[in-house]
Design a protein around this ligand. Sequence first.
Ligand code: FE2
Ligand code: FE2
Length: 527
Amino acid sequence: MSHEQRFLRPNVIIEPLVDRFYAWLHTVAPVQASMNLAFRQLPNLESYLQSPQMHVAASNNPDLRGGYFINIAEERADEVRDLVAAIKRDRAPMLRFAEAVMRADALVRDEAAGFDLTPLYPRLPDELNGVVEIAYDTGNQPTVRFMEPLAYRSGAYAEQRQSVQLSLEPGVERPFVLSTPRLPGPDKLDLDLALRHGGLDELFAARLRPTTVARLREALEVPDEQVAQLERLLTDAPGQSEDRHIEAGGRVRYYGHACVLLQSPDAAVLTDPFINCDTNSTGRYLLNDLPDHIDLALITHGHQDHTVLETLLQLRGRIGAVVVPRTSRGNLCDPSIGLYLKTIGFNVIEADDFDEVELPGGKVTATPFLGEHCDLDIRGKSTYWVELAGKKFFIGADSSGIDPVLYRYVRADLGRADMAFLGMECDGAPLTWLYQPLLTRPVTKKMSDSRKLSGSNAEQAAGIVTELGAGEAYIYAMGEEEWLGHIMATSYRPDSYQLQQVEVFLGWCADNGVKAEHLLGQREWRW
Ligand SMILES: [Fe+2]
Ligand SMILES: [Fe+2]
């Protein structure tokens, strides 16, 4: 039985976890993970224990969608209590590190007044010794800079936090993942594996090539009592789409949100990989529609809907390299996307603006990304220019048209884009929704609400298209597809500002001879 050939079922999902919370850049990168654990996740768990009913009610209130509430039934509160105790016991170094960051920030704020900084080093908290540098900018504003590769080697990074939970996609909207820890369940396969564990690549290779239960048991170190859960994930039927490769010309397939596959017979480029697994749904491409090999995966920025580990992990063994924007190397708000992905086993290429990456019969150029990060000093963001199968594509993600002249530089260097993909989520979440745990000084609600995670509105999108001289404009990355609610938690109504702005922009395109479309779900272009 355990030697029969098996494929992975098409609707298998993986949730990468750290201390049972959903793993993403800010919960894995050590400095930011420590801050999130100390100042958001642990306080939230303690608040839940005070009033589980309030958390469950708030989680199910549509008006509070995307709020940081814990959606665990009161009957399981004891498991949450155990989790709190384990975090306090096992993650004490991370919690101390987070407190040390706050103390260092206060020290520097109070004492660095433009004079020599040498006397401050002995006064830094011990936890930060060797992993930070204090520096002024040229306006005498002091800041603490983190040497991230060293932080990964410090007590702030604990690989033992990591695990994965595998299950079959339920076919209904998954609960919001950023706030609620994932508890074990009878229909889940929980494996205590580091995210870089090679057994995961062997598991996901079984989408393409059959394997045996025995092999996977060994590769994934599955304990005897969980073998039945492993077997549930497997099938004897291959599930790959027949038309996943092309023989001639070029093809673009839109997979939803910011995920676009650009293909020639010789190469494939996938942007911001985030792919649904729900095989009950129609009208969207799924993982089994992807070509067997993806030369480059392009990551535009670190937001949880663009650097999506649950999709990336499934493709790790099939991606030649992940291209990521180079970050600032040490800003508290700007963890290195490259280091994060490299540490968990990806082959990574870090690119600065106008750096080029070759691919068979084509080329990718990293281009600048403006705004959409609440005016924080975050450089870990890039748009991309892709030349493939005789066409030029601009992958704009959430980059803002707040200063469209930027795109004039892109055009001067690279020419005119045949197809431009632009994000128009122009009324995003406020500063504190994503960044609160990293803020070392309080912000007022008014400040936070004035600094949103917003892409381009109609006027800004029109500015981008004008400067790029793009012949075709496609609106994407709006977070509208219902299958991504677990990550995005966006809720649109027909009269939402964003959708109205899309209509205004489409009207502008029609008046100005630009072919334009609002993408949703699935779309294919072939030439
Ligand atoms: Fe974003
Ligand atoms: Fe986005």
